[in-house]
Design a binder for this molecule. Structure first.
Ligand code: SAH
Length: 412
């Protein structure tokens, strides 16, 4: 990765107003009285205000830890061990971020089996533990590059008997999505990256160097994740928390840039207690599908409209043999071998195998042909599993098909 491409964000740039581009579940509000009842330690830090509510001094580490432990105990039936000096996870904003991330998955997918990947879980293993309670039928994979964080995270999972959480030490690799992690086939990722590019100079930093600091700050960290995300094929939605508002527009631009070309990018303002304290970003590559629309003028000339859009299942009026015939007619130069043709739910799909000896020999392309009118067809090219090709390879393939089709179609 070149340093020129990813530079720390310019904090002097005025932050743009950002709207939530997807509904954000509200942050939970926790009553103090039941918390004091379960965590006696909290009582000494809870000060009653004139209007009868309680408040604590968040600059006191012990007070914040007691509150977090009480919320986890009372609302999630979780115990939390946290060695001295470690980042204390505040709960309302984490619950809000996690539920927002999960809400990006389609409704039915959310209820069934998913694998959540918690990148940089920290010693608290917090997103994984909350995830285990909020989505009990999901599998959860937590990673960290810090060995002591991994040990403590495992201790927390064991203490809470969370058998569906696997904690992986990824310190041997500098990658955020190394092979042993992608092999777990996550469908959703969450991450709370180290925010700063240098260790904070305040008297009592909120956590250790590895929790607070990363080269280039959170912007560089999330850009690294974005680059790696282009070849992590099982994930439907990648997400990350963003600590500084100024970084958000630059992250969004990077995700939309040709380097990443995310199909969908969503942002959220997280405002537990009515005060915005964090932001979140999510991106998805959807289902790649290149569409070539072929229009005949009724004689021998064709022109084509090419667009790339998310995959959809199309109803198909054509017989399976027609699809094969049309494909061979349009793309005769290609040595594709039709492996089999299925007709499913009135959508005909032909599986083609790449030309022998070509880069795409092992690839399987699904071709949907839809007849629009007597003289119009839409040809949809789609790899069913992204694993067979990278996104870039798929685009190269589509471009080369389109170029070939173009010269063929415009032959006089
Ligand atoms: N998720 C926890 C901890 C966040 S602190 C919470 O929300 O409280 C950021 C974490 O990212 C640290 O534990 C740090 O060790 C980890 N980290 C930093 N670089 C990493 C990398 N390359 N791979 C995995 N984890 C990393």
């Amino acid at each position: 990765m070149s340093k020129r491409e990813i530079t720390p964000s310019d904090s002097s740039a005025p932050p743009k107003r950002l709207r939530n581009s997807f509904p954000v579940p509200s942050a939970p509000r926790y009553e103090f009285e039941p918390l004091i009842a379960v965590e006696d330690n909290l009582r000494q830090y809870a000060k009653r205000t004139t209007n009868g509510t309680y408040k604590i001094d968040f600059s006191l580490r012990e007070a914040t830890l007691a509150l977090t432990q009480a919320i986890l105990k009372h609302h999630f039936k979780l115990v939390l061990f946290l060695p001295e000096g470690q980042l204390i996870p505040t709960i309302p904003n984490r619950v809000q971020y996690l539920t927002w991330a999960a809400s990006l998955l389609p409704n039915d997918a959310r209820k069934t089996h998913n694998t959540l990947l918690d990148i940089g879980t920290g010693p608290s293993c917090i997103y994984s533990m909350l995830g285990a309670r909020l989505f009990p039928n999901w599998n959860i994979v937590a990673t960290d590059a810090d060995e002591s964080a991994v040990q403590c995270a495992r201790k927390n999972c064991n203490a809470n008997e969370l058998s569906n959480v696997k904690v992986l030490y990824t310190g041997a690799s500098t990658d955020l999505l190394p092979k042993e992690v992608t092999e777990e086939l996550p469908s959703l990722t969450v991450c709370n990256p180290p925010f700063h590019s240098s260790y904070p100079t305040c008297e009592v930093p909120a956590g250790t160097a590895s929790q607070l600091m990363t080269e280039g700050g959170e912007y560089a960290f999330i850009c690294r994740l974005a680059i790696e995300s282009t070849s992590c094929l099982s994930v439907k939605w990648f997400t990350s928390l963003v600590g500084r508002k100024v970084d958000l527009p630059r992250i969004v631009s990077f995700l939309r840039s040709p380097r990443i070309r995310a199909l969908y990018v969503k942002t959220a303002e997280l405002a537990p207690g009515g005060r915005t304290v964090r932001w979140a970003v999510a991106w998805s590559f959807g289902e790649e599908c290149s569409v070539v629309k072929l229009i005949s003028n009724g004689m021998s000339k064709w022109r084509q409209i090419v667009s790339v859009r998310p995959g959809k299942k199309y109803g198909n009026q054509l017989e399976t043999q027609d699809i094969s015939d049309i494909f061979h007619l349009i793309f005769p130069q290609f040595g594709w071998v039709a492996k089999e043709t299925d007709v499913l739910n009135s959508s005909a799909v032909t599986y083609f195998q790449g030309p022998v000896g070509s880069d795409f020999e092992e690839s399987e392309i699904h071709i949907h042909v839809r007849e629009l009118t007597d003289h119009e067809f839409e040809v949809h090219l789609k790899t069913e599993r992204r694993g067979l090709m990278t996104y870039t390879e798929f685009q190269t393939l589509c471009t080369s098909i389109i170029e070939n089709a173009s010269s063929f179609l415009n032959e006089s």
